[in-house]
Design a protein around this ligand. Structure first.
Ligand SMILES: [Zn+2]
Length: 505
């Protein structure tokens, strides 16, 4: 064909594409067919994977295509619909400018649009505006739907640990509006046990090891890890509450709201709040008075004799009064300074104590080394991946709620509903796994990686204690002071660090 117009096909996978049955292959083949009909030669196909139409995220293929347009490598673009091409009316204005300046042609499967004339431009603008309106309306409806379900105390999502979905008399799981959670007695007992152990000050890491040794599995059937265990224990589900927070434009916004749930609680609210306090603010459990918290390792270092947490004791000065001489005068008083120390408060463990400055210095060197090597794995996480996964989870959950309503309203057969639901469920689990893997430890990302040493040096005692607590919980860090002799500071002469043990898994 003479003077063939060289065109690009642009396809975008959006949040709704899959639900609309508009997979990338379908979009692409429709576009190819249209190009052929128009006599255009497709020389490039650009594909962006973009789950959200409103999020401000770069679309690499789109940018690349714009460069190809500017360099006049291509003279036309084929899209499935204008709303695939532009997410915002502003972007559409760019296109119209390009069309004017470069004579760019645009065709869409959903209707031919000629940007070279006024009617075509007006049509394109209108389509863009309506696509935007539709995206916003859908998002708003989904948010309203979510809120409504939360207020009704309805559960959304995968089976939470401690519960099962109720079944009918034939053992078939109830779905749709009939879906409800019932307590799983065996798992509920595990939750109660873990709650007690957390409040007793046990680390998540040692609980995880124990649960796995006993072959107790997560709701998904896997082995426990400290972070998922922590998230399980932080959930309001087992306290009989449905938590709700608005998710808008890729972020959790607004206050966290709790609604009375349509299922029974495993633990009472007050106990749950103590668990949340313990797991979200590690320093709180060890808060036994302001003075002790000035010390780095109070209650975080363990006694090698009895394994109890050791207390910090402040430095004090003891005055030995001078004796009275026969002539009535006094010999000069002498002062003895006892440095601050960590000591086991257990009465049977006399002599298990060590100079605080020595222990602190030793531990800080080890912790910085541990952070530099393991910090990313233990405290890091990928915020961007986590935000994406959260957004997709939100979308899938909203979709699940919608198809279940459609089914109730008779818009889907039982079989269609189950098929779609199973597919969404699989996606949900995949995204939840991604989210778990990407989850960072709360506010401690500064301490992950090569800059850990700097972050540590500049942190205050409170923050350092948070890091230590996280390392104890998540990396199995253990600091132990062994009994090494009868006196308080027997080790200081030959080997100042004798009997101080730092271990991690
Ligand atoms: Zn002891």
């Amino acid at each position: 064909m003479a003077n063939a117009i060289e065109a690009a096909v642009y396809v975008r996978i959006s949040r709704d594409s899959e639900a609309d049955g508009l997979g990338v292959k379908r979009q692409e083949s429709d576009c190819h067919a249209l190009a052929k009909k128009l006599g255009w030669t497709v020389i490039d196909v650009y594909t962006d994977n973009d789950v959200s139409a409103s999020k401000k995220k770069p679309r690499p293929a789109y940018e690349q295509m714009m460069r190809a347009v500017e360099s006049r490598r291509i003279q036309a673009v084929v899209v499935w619909d204008v709303d695939r091409l532009t997410r915002k009316p502003r972007e559409l204005e760019d296109w119209i400018d390009h069309a004017d300046a470069l004579g760019l042609q645009l065709a869409s499967v959903g209707g031919e649009i000629d940007l070279a004339n006024e009617q075509g431009r007006a049509m394109a603008r209108m389509k863009g505006v309506f696509a935007r309106l539709e995206a916003e309306t859908t998002a708003r409806r989904q948010r309203a739907k979510h809120k409504e379900m939360a207020e009704a105390g309805r559960y959304v999502g995968r089976r939470p640990f401690g519960y099962r979905f109720a079944t009918d008399e034939k053992g078939v799981v109830l779905t749709g509006t009939q879906q409800r959670l019932v307590i799983d007695p065996a798992e509920a007992a595990v939750i109660k046990e873990c709650v007690r152990r957390v409040l007793d000050g046990e680390s998540l890491w040692s609980m995880t090891k124990d649960l796995n040794a006993r072959e107790i599995r997560t709701a998904a059937g896997g082995e426990w890890q400290p972070q998922p265990l922590r998230r399980t224990l932080l959930r309001w589900t087992q306290a009989g509450y449905r938590k709700h927070q608005e998710f808008k434009d890729g972020h959790w916004t607004g206050p966290v709201q709790l609604f009375a749930a349509g299922w029974d609680a495993i633990i009472d609210r007050e106990t749950h709040e103590r668990v949340v306090a313990r797991l979200t603010d590690p320093s709180r459990t060890t808060n036994k008075g302001d003075t002790e918290l000035k010390y780095l390792l109070t209650w975080l270092v363990r006694c090698g004799e009895c394994d109890r947490p050791m207390a910090g004791a402040k430095s004090y000065t003891y005055t030995v009064k001078g004796y009275k001489r026969v002539d009535g005068t006094r010999s000069p008083s002498k002062q003895r300074v006892y440095p601050a120390k960590y000591a086991c408060p257990h009465s049977g463990c006399h002599g298990v104590n060590r100079r605080m400055d020595v222990v602190d210095g030793y531990i800080e060197r080890h912790v910085v080394a541990l952070l530099e090597v393991e910090g990313v794995r233990v405290l890091g996480g990928d915020q961007e991946v986590a935000a994406e996964a959260r957004e997709r989870i939100e979308a899938v959950e909203a979709k699940m709620a919608l198809i279940s309503d459609t089914w109730i309203d008779g818009g889907l057969t039982q079989e269609q509903f189950h098929r779609q639901n199973a597919r969404l469920m699989a996606r949900l689990e995949g995204e939840q796994a991604r989210l778990r893997a990407a989850q960072p430890a709360d506010g401690l990302d500064d301490f992950a990686g090569v800059e850990a040493g700097v972050a540590w040096l500049t942190a205050g005692v409170e923050r350092k204690r948070m890091v230590l607590r996280a390392l104890i919980d998540l990396a199995g860090l253990r600091i132990t002071i062994d009994k090494i002799g009868p006196g308080a500071f027997s080790a200081t002469d030959s080997d100042p660090y004798k009997g101080i043990r730092v271990e991690w898994s």
